[in-house]
Design a protein around this ligand. Structure first.
Ligand SMILES: [Zn+2]
Length: 107
């Protein structure tokens, strides 16, 4: 599903975000969970994925600036209810608020 171009955009975003999630700010892994010293079974949610700030269905392109790097879990949670998915900015604010309360990632 992930094409070459999107892969390299994701890698770029990962670099420019210092390997941290666009939404929650915690580290992500790209190739192997070993990067974060996570056990493979619990590592899935922390995988780095490409997130489009403007969705492709809304005309968002695969270009620098429209693709950011985010955890698989953070990405999925935004799109849980597609009809009411918050904008990336609103979602980021929400995630940051829950992070501050220690409620975003399950303990
Ligand atoms: Zn995250």
């Amino acid at each position: 599903m992930t094409n070459k171009r999107l892969k390299s955009l994701r890698a770029n975003a990962f670099q420019s975000q210092s390997g941290r999630c666009y939404y929650c700010g915690l580290p992500m892994w790209q190739v192997s969970p070993d990067e974060l010293a996570l056990r493979p079974r619990s590592a899935g949610p922390f995988r780095c994925t490409a997130e489009h700030l403007v969705a492709r269905q809304d005309g968002g392109k695969d270009v620098v600036g429209n693709v950011v790097a985010a955890h698989a879990a953070c990405n999925q949670r935004r799109h849980k209810h597609p009809a009411t998915a918050p904008s990336p900015t609103d979602y980021r604010t929400l995630v940051q608020r829950e992070m501050a309360n220690g409620e975003w990632w399950p303990r």
